[in-house]
Design a protein around this ligand. Sequence first.
Ligand code: NAG
Ligand code: NAG
Ligand code: NAG
Ligand code: NAG
Ligand code: NAG
Length: 313
Amino acid sequence: MTLATTFLFFAIHLACIRAGNSSEKFIKLECKEEHHGVYGQQSLLQCNVKAVENVTIVIVTWKRVEADTLLLEYNQDEFHPTPGFTFAEPSWNKNNMNVSLLLTKTKMADKGMYECMVTTDRGDDTATTSLSVTAKYITPTMSSIPETNIKENTDVTIFCNSTGGQQRGLIWWFDQDGYNWTRSAELVAKETDDGLFSLSSKFTVQKATSSFTNYTCKVLNSNGAEEGVASFEIQLAPQVSEINAEHLDSDSTTHWLAPVVVIGSLVIGLLAALLLFKRRSARRDHQPDTRHDGDVEAEGLNSDSPQDQRDSL
Ligand SMILES: *[C@@H]1O[C@H](CO)[C@@H](O)[C@H](O)[C@H]1NC(C)=O
Ligand SMILES: *[C@@H]1O[C@H](CO)[C@@H](O)[C@H](O)[C@H]1NC(C)=O
Ligand SMILES: *[C@@H]1O[C@H](CO)[C@@H](O)[C@H](O)[C@H]1NC(C)=O
Ligand SMILES: *[C@@H]1O[C@H](CO)[C@@H](O)[C@H](O)[C@H]1NC(C)=O
Ligand SMILES: *[C@@H]1O[C@H](CO)[C@@H](O)[C@H](O)[C@H]1NC(C)=O
């Protein structure tokens, strides 16, 4: 290669770049560089056409860079969508410069690079953007065996299940006082079809009692961060003593009336005896010089029988 041809080659190359740049100047497709989606939720990939003056969009295509599969296409008034992918703008049309893509239910497999290409009546542009997808464990569901009508002092097995975690997680168990029962529980982790994990923890309450019926389980991700919590109430059968109490209540008042009458009369009798004893001892103390007083007292009180008065003298 001579110096002249090298120079010519360079000059042409430069001219091409200039031309490319100037056409890009007229319309520009701008996309947010990174997007973060959550498994099972919507994800929005933001792209907007910037133009110096009004333009009309002729073609829009959204595709995966790696797979080269078309996800969404608008071509001269015709829409070719794929299930799960739409324009983010509900009633998008060719005058709308917001060509963002909406993933209606994000899957783990949706993570990767996306390419958007826009053709307008004044030029075209292409841009790429990336999507990362994270997954979280859902709020756990709890159940027990047996389910209901559980007898006191029998064993109850409680389950705590959750799915959707990105990595193998943990489940911790606590009773209503906050005591940590995790050591007594058994955890099974399984990988599901979407590359996610499902957890099932089994905890057996030995000799369930009515004073401890509320148990809580917490789901933690692989980093030890809590992603879900649930509580469960053991459904014990009504207790025998409770049944008796109800029975007693409805039966009649005679059951509790009898002891009240007995105790009541005993107390009254005892009080009367005490009163009598006090009066007698008082009289005995004053006997030598207060015979008269004693008579007055007896008359004033007017309660002792003549026999009693005689006895006290
Ligand atoms: C661009 O279009 C809008 C509506 O389509 C119009 O109101 C506006 O005047 C136009 N602007 C220019 C610079 O043509
Ligand atoms: C594009 O549209 C989406 C959906 O309506 C919206 O959330 C987003 O903010 C819009 N972007 C811009 C730059 O207006
Ligand atoms: C939790 O998982 C266990 C074992 O797979 C199952 O027996 C139980 O019914 C599940 N409980 C709930 C509430 O899904
Ligand atoms: C169980 O206890 C937790 C906290 O200790 C509480 O938030 C929850 O409401 C209780 N559940 C029931 C059913 O009593
Ligand atoms: C509960 O017990 C487990 C297993 O022993 C332990 O790893 C965890 O740190 C405990 N959690 C709390 C909050 O004490």
